[in-house]
Design a protein around this ligand. Structure first.
Ligand code: 13P
Ligand code: SF4
Length: 303
């Protein structure tokens, strides 16, 4: 990407001058993920790393709920997102008021929120989870029934792995819900030795066809450790590009479903973000304090 080189250079210089750190999700494009990010990872890794950041400025290359999580965990730092319109179909499917109504309808039933939610929602729930730890979080509550919001497919996946009864919200990821079982069967028919790995935000008929299901970090680790000859990654397709750069001899089959929200983050926008210190993410301090409890409860389970 030769035309990107001046941006990479300028971002890395300004990042140092400003004392900023760049956190990037696995779905960011390779020139962001590999050339300017200081820390890359899945939602859980980014949330944990956000608690350890020493820099005063965090530039979040990901979607808005991820930047909010960093702000919730770092209330006194400046958290920037290069484009605040980078939303998420899951986060926009539920509000804090919806969670209050669920609690009225199911009194005493604990509520788990996937981190793909707004700070408002995180403030109303008992604990957060990511796709890396959803089963563990649900079971940590020691309750016979748990309300799980907002991803209906991740909820179904969790329900298939535990005896806890799950009451699910009806949200979905607009990227992962597009995959179909037929599509996966076609990959396997074309090459019976191909390995297929899928993210748990996919519908159950898709997961039924996969050789492995896991969060983005779990999928990457699976490819690193198994080193398959050919693999289909059933998730947002920039991740395959990022893994390909690391493992050039693994053949990646790329069904290219892009997340339009993740793709709003570009090198020119990151540079603008560092020059003008925009767009600053703010969370009402009272909401942030309640939301922090839900996020920290999840993080503390891991350590
Ligand atoms: P993870 O990286 O936690 O698996 O999340 C996937 C996702 O869709 C984030 O938006
Ligand atoms: Fe949201 Fe799906 Fe995009 Fe992730 S990939 S940010 S879950 S819409």
């Amino acid at each position: 990407w030769p035309f990107m080189a001046p941006y990479v250079k300028a971002i890395n210089e300004l990042k140092q001058a400003r004392g900023a750190v760049i956190l990037a999700h696995n779905y960011q494009t390779p020139e962001i993920f590999h050339c300017v990010a200081d820390i890359g990872g899945d939602s859980l890794q980014l949330a944990i790393e956000a608690t350890k950041v020493k820099a005063d400025i965090i530039v979040q290359c990901g979607v808005h709920f991820m930047a909010e999580t960093s702000k919730i965990l770092n209330p006194h730092k400046t958290v920037l997102i290069p484009d605040s319109r980078a939303g998420c179909s899951l986060a926009s499917s539920i509000t804090g008021a919806d969670v209050r109504l669920l609690r009225e309808r199911f009194p005493g039933v604990p509520v788990v929120a996937y981190v793909n939610t707004s700070a408002d929602v995180k403030a109303e729930v008992d604990i957060c989870c990511t796709s890396s730890n959803a089963v563990e979080v649900v079971e940590s509550l020691n309750a016979p029934t748990v309300i799980f919001v907002p991803d209906q497919y991740l909820a179904k996946y969790v329900a298939s792995k535990t005896r806890v009864k799950i009451i699910a919200w009806k949200g979905a990821c607009e990227v992962h819900e597009r995959f179909t079982g037929d599509e996966l069967r076609a990959y396997r028919e074309a090459d019976p030795s191909v390995q297929i790995i899928a993210h748990p935000e996919c519908p159950p008929d898709v997961l039924a066809e996969a050789d492995f299901t896991g969060s983005t970090a779990h999928m990457i680790n699976w490819v690193r450790s198994r080193h398959p000859r050919r693999v289909v990654m059933i998730t947002e397709c920039s991740m395959a590009d990022n893994v390909q750069a690391e493992l050039p001899d693994v053949e990646m089959v790329r069904p290219c479903n892009l997340c339009p929200h993740m793709k709003r983050i570009t090198l020119p926008r990151i540079l603008d973000s560092l020059i003008y210190l925009r767009e600053e993410v703010t969370v009402d301090p009272l909401i942030a304090e309640k939301a922090r409890r839900s996020v920290e409860r999840m993080i503390n389970l891991k350590h």
